[in-house]
Write a protein that binds this ligand. Structure first.
Ligand code: SAM
Ligand code: SF4
Length: 330
């Protein structure tokens, strides 16, 4: 399989695809209360478009696709689409990111699809804070959904928490306990300063500070490179992993802002409308939709190669996007 190379000699083998810009939550750091102007239906790539695109990407060297949003589970037919992706492109690793709100009702069906991983965003173990942050979510429903999925599936599970000063930074022990109890890996993520972020910048906590504030600080040991990447040999992205010397629990820290992982960045992003972006922070990308719909796959491939070549050396070189995270795919 040929590899897809981006600028600065980076191999691009991981693509995040947003299947919808819509969401049933309004997380304060992601969206305004009234939501954003939802895209009209005909601007969104159909599942057929997405299947064709996924096959093209895989043939070009992409090994892993993460389905995200908005909230991917609010799009009708998602599990059918995931099943078809697996059946039609069995060598492609397909993972899903969700806010977990619909996991309880989907656990049965979702667990029957051989996903490469499931990531659930969970920013608080306190029901009131959880509702405050999401503006409408129920912590209990999300926890039940995670447990229901875990009972039925051994798929690698990650809990992603955006850490915010004075809000949830005292909750690391509770989050670690919950993740440990359901065999999930907790990942603590730096809050990212997108232009339209609607959550105060003062909440930012750097990865170094997160490290300092870990319970049992001295017992978390950096995971050796030998044990890294248990996920089919595909690099796990920007997370640095630590292992607890006594319990063996694994913990990830994602320094999206403070540290540079750009030089090893292996990802591309596709928005719900079919815009390919080589960097989360790029203000614009290139639309694949027309060529996809015309079944002009030569053009689709050419556009992908060209955008890969435009990948900025570092996110700081990209003039920051003015769109919300839900519209780009997180
Ligand atoms: N709705 C799904 C969810 O919340 O998991 C998938 C889409 S969401 C945009 C993907 C991820 O982006 C979530 O884990 C969310 O916490 C994260 N996110 C959104 N805005 C962010 C920000 N300003 N800084 C850091 N992470 C952010
Ligand atoms: Fe929705 Fe995810 Fe954004 Fe929260 S972070 S508003 S769940 S898209």
């Amino acid at each position: 399989m040929a590899g897809l190379m981006g600028s600065f000699n980076r191999r691009l083998d991981y693509v995040r695809i947003s299947v919808t810009d819509r969401c049933n939550y309004r997380c304060r750091y992601c969206m305004p209360e009234e939501g954003v102007d939802w895209l009209e239906h005909d601007r969104i790539l159909t599942y057929e478009d997405l299947l064709v695109l996924s096959r093209v990407l895989h043939e070009m060297g992409v090994r892993k696709i993460r389905i995200t949003g908005g909230e991917p589970t609010v799009r009708k037919g998602l599990t059918g689409f995931l099943r078809r992706l697996h059946e039609e492109i069995p060598t492609l690793h397909v993972a899903l990111t969700t806010n977990g709100s619909l996991l309880l009702s989907m656990a049965e069906e979702l667990s029957s699809i051989p996903l490469a991983g499931l990531n659930v965003s969970l920013d608080s173990m306190d029901a009131e804070k959880f509702r405050f942050l999401t503006r409408c979510g129920s912590l209990d429903v999300v926890l039940q959904g995670i447990l229901a999925f875990r009972e039925r599936s051994r798929v690698p599970l990650k809990i992603n928490t955006v850490l915010m000063r004075g809000f949830n930074d005292a909750e690391i022990p509770d989050l670690l306990n919950f993740a440990g109890s359901c065999g999930a890996v907790l990942r603590l993520i730096e809050f990212m300063p997108l232009d339209d972020s609607v959550w105060s910048r003062d909440r930012f906590i750097s990865a170094d500070e997160i490290l300092e504030s870990l319970p049992d600080r001295g017992k978390w040991i950096p995971e050796s490179t030998a044990r890294r990447s248990p996920n089919h040999g595909i690099p796990e992205g920007p997370a640095r992993y630590l292992v607890h010397a006594e319990t063996g629990q694994r913990l990830g820290i994602i320094a999206a802002v403070g540290h540079h992982f750009c030089e090893t960045c292996n990802r591309l992003r596709i928005t719900a409308t079919g815009e390919l972006r080589s960097c989360l922070f790029s203000p614009e990308g290139v639309s694949l939709r027309e060529a996809l719909r015309a079944k002009d796959l030569e053009t689709v491939r050419g556009l992908i190669v060209a955008e890969a070549g435009r990948k900025p050396k570092c996110w700081k070189d990209a003039s920051v996007s003015s769109r919300h995270m839900s519209q780009i795919g997180g």
